[in-house]
Design a protein around this ligand. Structure first.
Ligand code: SF4
Length: 482
């Protein structure tokens, strides 16, 4: 039977906004699990106490931004349209059904008037969410994983100019100078003359629309203007403990040790090991980790040896005598240590000239074979060897489930493929708030599971505790999609 169409909904109904938000909604769980009152304390110094028009409350302002990141709404104009019609968003923000929603320009005005002068507010908010995760015992702080991912800059690849920029001096170079001097002295050589302190410059392709972005040119990665998000996560529950944005033309290893020190200092972690991919297999990283008493578990980034050439790995290093032995048993003795920290070991030409392996071994006209070894290469060899132990394999395998998973979620669910705004400051804001939202979801899930876990008396007589847990996990997965 065909029913008659019901008339338009025009009757007045008595409901509260709280009744309209489903009990399993993600925002309810986040609201239960996270204490947002710290935002007011942190932001209070940015507002005038007794002058001007009353501003939108900072907790509401940041919660609006959180909604945008939690539900992957990229445009702030679109975000306000969604808040206008979504009852759960209104409930989370403390708006009633008929309250007027702020104009989208509220974000740009606050950035211009407050946050541009105090950009550390975003970092402080991120840190506070990490502290809440630590309080809930979701962070062990003993095994950390770091990696980077690229975000497409909001810039046209063709609108660019060539620019000369000054090369920055890496922080570890002073330490390297000392290591080189000590090594030369140990071998009875004079220290090298101090290098002329002339700033080095390089030519780089710079975007005219977003000059902070960097031209990324990496194997198996797209070419163009990008930013890199360098992220560190804790191995226990995949809580993000650090996120740091650089232009896309910065190597992964450049900011690594500084950011690690920041994490150690900020959260007082007792880190035992770190899992890193081949982008971090530099000698200075391995030595820096040993200096901090941390075990590096690092993938081998050395290229595969060519089948028709002898490789450095075919030469055996004798630590006690500080020399190499070639596959034919010839001893390659120490010669010198250069400014870059490379120690040079040389063979004897009279032994090499008649050698049947010479063509595969050296291309030098004089027939001499030279092998170079970094002053910190021992630390690198130990890190690469650790990766092949049973424990090292177990630590390294967790990279996929931790930092890589964290990036996958960020890209799929939180719009982390593209930079929403232009400039290092604004992309850093995006990375910090997006990571804070991912952490909030983790904390909310943990609290939710814990609360229901203790409510085991709600299990029907014919069901087990596993039944309850499985049901809760399924419900939570649904809530995450809401
Ligand atoms: S060429 Fe010289 S260094 Fe190379 S394998 Fe022969 S003897 Fe050894």
């Amino acid at each position: 039977m065909l029913k008659k169409k019901t008339p338009k909904q025009s009757k007045l109904e008595m409901v509260s906004i709280d009744q309209l938000v489903p009990s399993g909604h993600l925002l309810r769980k986040i609201d239960d699990a996270i204490d947002f009152s710290f935002i007011e304390q942190k932001a209070a110094p940015l507002y005038c106490e007794d002058n001007g028009r009353p501003a939108i409350h900072p907790e509401v302002l940041f919660k609006m931004l959180f909604i945008g990141y939690l539900f992957g709404i990229r445009s702030e104009r679109q975000l306000m349209r969604e808040i206008q019609v979504n009852v759960a968003y209104r409930w989370f923000l403390g708006f009633d059904l008929t309250d007027k929603i702020p104009d989208p320009s509220v974000f740009s005005k606050n950035r211009k008037r407050r946050f541009n002068k105090h950009p550390e507010i975003f970092q402080e908010i991120f840190d506070e969410i990490v502290r809440q995760a630590i309080k809930r015992k979701l962070v062990a702080g003993n095994i950390l994983y770091t990696d980077s991912t690229h975000l497409k800059a909001n810039a046209n690849n063709n609108k660019a100019t060539q620019k000369l920029v000054e090369k920055s001096r890496a922080a570890y170079l002073d330490e390297l100078d000392r290591a080189v001097t000590a090594d030369r002295e140990a071998h009875g050589l004079k220290p090298l003359k101090p290098k002329e302190n002339k700033p080095e410059v390089k030519e780089v392709r710079t975007s005219t629309t977003d000059p902070d972005a960097g031209m990324m040119n990496r194997d198996r990665k797209p070419l163009g203007f990008f930013y890199l998000d360098h992220r560190t996560v804790d191995g226990q529950a995949n809580i993000i403990v650090d996120t740091y944005i650089t232009p896309g033309n910065v190597n992964d290893d450049v900011p690594y040790l500084d950011r690690l020190d920041r994490v150690l200092e900020r959260f007082d972690f007792d880190v035992e090991a770190v899992g890193l991919d081949a982008g971090y297999d530099a000698a200075f990283i391995c030595q820096g980790l040993e200096n901090r008493g941390i075990e590096g578990v690092i993938a081998d980034g050395r290229p595969k040896p060519a089948a028709d050439r002898l490789d450095k790995r075919d030469f055996l290093y004798d630590r006690e005598r500080d020399c190499y032995f070639c596959p034919r048993g010839q001893r390659l003795g120490y010669r010198t240590t250069d400014r870059e920290g490379r120690k040079e070991y040389r063979s004897h030409a009279r032994v090499c000239r008649p050698c049947p392996l010479r063509a595969q071994c050296t291309r030098r006209r004089d027939g001499v074979k030279i092998v170079r070894r970094h002053v910190w290469e021992g630390a690198k060899e130990r890190a690469l060897a650790r990766r092949l132990t049973e424990e090292g394999r177990a630590i390294f395998a967790r990279r996929q489930e931790t930092v890589e998973r964290s990036f996958a979620d960020a890209k799929e669910l939180h719009g982390h493929r593209n930079a929403r705004m232009r400039g290092l400051l604004r992309v850093s804001e995006q990375a910090l708030l997006s990571a804070a939202c991912q952490n909030m979801k983790k904390i909310a899930l943990a609290v939710f599971l814990y609360l229901f876990h203790v409510e085991t008396d709600t299990i029907p007589p014919n069901k087990s505790r596993n039944w309850l847990l499985e049901r809760l996990k399924a419900n939570f997965a649904l809530a995450l999609q809401n």
